[in-house]
Ligand binder design. Structure first.
Ligand code: FE2
Length: 419
């Protein structure tokens, strides 16, 4: 396969990309090849695939089942899910999860880290996701997080369920310390998570301080454990929305630890802005972590969708450009330079979080995993919510889209160009 006239993110001129089999063979300004399989990128952006670093596929597409979350709060969401969980079947989880994965694939995503609720002693959802991981591997790489939605130490047998989920095949250990009954249990749960991560050599991704409580300070515990055990790059703090409410002197002190610990951050702007500030009158807090400040301090931070049409989030279609659009707004990252480099938040920063290493990069010798957008740069990609024209995985086109076009019927009937 030969991709002509590709605009790479770090280059001013366009290049051709030659793919042989599943590998990128050559990238240079002009390639002559006898290969008849040619895609003309027309100077549009060609880059590494989008990554979804934080989603709950087991709950996806279940909004309104068995009832709608009318208050729109995180806590009513947990109650709705708890009711749904009682009637969960293998086929139902598989149908919904697979459909959400198909949306993600169509939107140019090739890596997904999904949390799966393991506070269901039958492990129905976990078994489905393990099966889908294998079944869909030609299209998408899935990392599964064993996520104890109702706590590790506050839920009957929680710790054993967590360990059993790892033995069954989960790749990442999750947690929810701010939801444990007491601060002590929350702290202890993080220590247990780290012990298990070391024992089974797993990554860690904790739902950490997802609450507008300025006293919720499990992030300092997670970062300290990561630092002391020298596992920071394998550890992720998801949400950390309480940081949006911390006082500045404490946050200044905290950032020293965060820098030293090397842990990763995932912010979920669509869901956080929807669920955050729910107990406030006015002024209402945004309920978001300090994305801008983390990024400026060279601490790795990326964006996730979190929920797709489920009890916690009633919208969404698995499109990371929607997530990015909201993320830039609510993080006050709308400066020219911020927007011009914004795709980092849904590509390379996420790759670092998922611990993908060099294999992710679009370069000669690596697997031919890439997407072709309908726009030429980061700025237009987010501004115009670009279409993913082609998604290519291991040298094979796995999805294809046509950008929408609009005409206005003025005197000279005109195709509208939004640039
Ligand atoms: Fe989440």
């Amino acid at each position: 396969m030969l991709i002509k006239n590709a605009k790479l993110r770090n280059l001013n001129h366009s290049v051709d990309i030659l793919i042989e089999g599943d590998v990128i063979k050559e990238i240079s300004p002009s390639i002559i090849s006898s290969d008849s399989n040619i895609i003309n990128a027309n100077n549009n952006l060609v880059l590494e695939p989008f990554i979804e670093p934080h989603v709950h596929l087991d709950t996806a597409l279940s909004a309104g089942q068995p009832r709608w979350n009318k208050s729109g709060t995180l806590f009513e969401g947990i109650e709705c899910w708890s009711e749904k969980k009682e009637t969960l079947t293998y086929d139902d989880v598989k149908k919904r999860s697979k459909k959400a994965l198909e949306w993600q694939i169509a939107n140019g995503i090739q890596w997904v880290r999904t949390h799966v609720d393991i506070t269901d002693p039958t492990f129905t959802a976990l078994k489905v996701l393990l099966e889908l991981k294998e079944e869909m591997k030609q299209f998408v790489n899935i990392q599964i997080v064993a996520f104890p939605q109702e706590g590790i130490l506050s839920f009957p047998n929680g710790l054993k369920l967590l360990e059993d989920a790892l033995i069954l095949g989960a790749d990442v250990i999750g947690g929810i310390p701010h939801f444990e009954y007491t601060r002590d249990l929350g702290v202890q749960s993080i220590k247990e998570i780290v012990k298990l991560a070391i024992k089974y050599d797993k990554l860690i991704d904790v739902h950490c301080d997802e609450i507008d409580d300025e006293q919720s300070r499990f992030l300092e515990v997670l970062a300290t454990e990561a630092l002391f055990n020298n596992i920071g790059t394998k550890v992720t703090a998801s949400h950390t929305t309480a940081m949006g409410s911390y006082n500045d002197p404490y946050t200044y002190k905290l950032f020293r630890l965060l820098r030293k610990s090397n842990i990763n951050f995932i912010s979920n702007p669509l869901v956080n802005i929807h669920l955050g500030g729910r107990f406030d009158s006015y002024p209402k807090r945004r309920g978001l972590t300090r994305v801008k400040e983390l990024d400026q301090d060279n601490i790795n931070v990326c964006f996730g969708h979190d929920d797709i049409f489920d009890p916690w989030y009633p919208l969404g279609n698995g499109n990371m450009l929607q997530v990015l659009h909201m993320g830039l707004h609510v993080s006050h990252m709308m400066g020219y330079d911020d927007i011009s480099n914004c795709l980092d938040f849904i590509t390379c920063n996420s790759a670092k979080t998922l611990h993908l290493g060099d294999e992710y990069k679009l370069k000669v010798g690596n697997k031919a995993n890439l997407i072709i957008l309908s726009e030429q740069n980061d700025y237009d990609a987010v501004k115009l919510q670009a279409s993913v024209l082609f998604s290519i995985k291991n040298g094979v086109v796995i999805s294809k889209s046509t950008p929408k076009q609009s005409y206005i019927f003025t005197t000279n009937k005109k195709f509208i160009d939004f640039k």
